[in-house]
Design a protein around this ligand. Structure first.
Ligand code: C2E
Ligand code: MG
Ligand code: MG
Ligand code: MG
Length: 283
């Protein structure tokens, strides 16, 4: 009867809540040693020139293998790390590791590669992050202009006044920015201009919507590209998986493309092999 079903329903909910809490706790505990125990790594996904397909840079994407849970998505463990106050250390590891890798590549002739690093909402608000980042870059013998940071549109617009000030500070140190996952949040055009970022990354949602064949997705992408170019920004399309999508993006004048069609995120050694073997033309 209804009462019984309700009880069962409740019990089900209770169990899954509990499982969820246990998983979060395991992730949180695992993260405490992740920086030292070698379970973190970076994968690199090329950013390609929109016309020529040449490699112009790489985005660093964090990977983590939990001893018991196996590979955990960064979308999951980064939000846990934010809530548990572990994001600072984790984020700093990413900057350090990306710089170490870039230094190594430069030493071995991949001198034009630049790296994009994702920053989480809480991380970017940490006072002193820009000095820490500039210090790591300098210690690696790199220029801040060789590193770009990515922040999501929804994060950037959450407190746009504050974001403007933070980005100004980073720019003063020579760092460039990209607005990630653009088009799904609510942007104020006034702030978009104030941010003075170098790139807008069109969310993969719009790229994938091109498959439906209607006029709208294409018109939206064209409008974003127009807007970005008007404001002096480059446009990167994410999540390009099909030749037909790449074709439309090229026709619309998209500056850079990223996606499984061109390359998946890969371990550093594989990235290096691709570039040095000439399998991928490097700009
Ligand atoms: P994002 O920065 O928007 O990165 C793009 C995501 O799309 C990556 O997922 C990438 O592997 C995936 N992707 C790339 N090409 C394609 C494609 O053609 N098709 C599809 N379906 N997906 C594609 P990933 O690596 O799982 O990362 C997810 C998100 O986690 C990232 O989204 C970023 O927000 C966050 N993240 C990753 N690494 C870091 C990090 O070091 N720090 C911070 N704060 N966040 C990170
Ligand atoms: Mg990104
Ligand atoms: Mg994105
Ligand atoms: Mg995303």
């Amino acid at each position: 009867d209804a009462k019984e079903a309700g009880r069962n329903g409740y019990r089900c909910y209770d169990v899954s809540m509990r499982e969820r809490a246990v998983r979060v706790l395991k992730i949180q505990r695992g993260l405490q040693t992740a920086v030292e125990d070698g379970s973190l790594s970076l994968h690199f996904q090329p950013k390609h020139h929109g016309d020529t397909g040449a490699l112009v840079g790489a985005e660093a994407l964090l990977r983590w293998c939990h001893p018991e849970l196996g590979a955990v998505s960064p979308l999951e463990f980064i939000s846990v790390a934010e809530r548990s106050g572990q994001i600072g250390r984790l984020g700093e590891w990413v900057i350090r590791e990306a710089c170490r890798q870039l230094r190594d590549w430069h030493d071995r002739g991949l001198s034009t590669v630049r790296i994009a690093i994702n920053l989480s909402p809480l991380q970017i608000q940490q006072p002193g992050l820009v000095e820490v980042a500039a210090g790591i870059v300098g210690a690696a013998g790199l220029q801040t202009s060789q590193i770009m940071f990515e922040v999501t549109e929804s994060m950037a617009m959450r407190d746009a006044e504050r974001t403007t000030a933070i980005l100004r500070d980073f720019r003063a140190h020579g760092f460039d920015f990209a607005i990630d996952d653009f088009g799904t949040g609510y942007s104020s055009l006034a702030y978009l201009q104030k941010f003075q970022v170098r790139q807008l990354k069109i969310d993969q949602f719009f790229v994938q919507a091109l498959d439906e064949g209607g006029h709208e997705p294409r018109a939206i992408i064209a409008a974003i590209i127009d807007l970005a170019h008007t404001l002096g920004m480059e446009v990167v399309a994410e999540g390009v998986e099909k030749p037909a999508q790449a074709e439309v993006l090229r026709a619309l004048g998209c500056d850079q493309v990223q996606g499984y069609l061109l390359a998946r995120p890969m371990p550093a050694a594989e990235f290096e092999r691709c570039c040095l073997s000439g399998e991928v033309a490097v700009a």
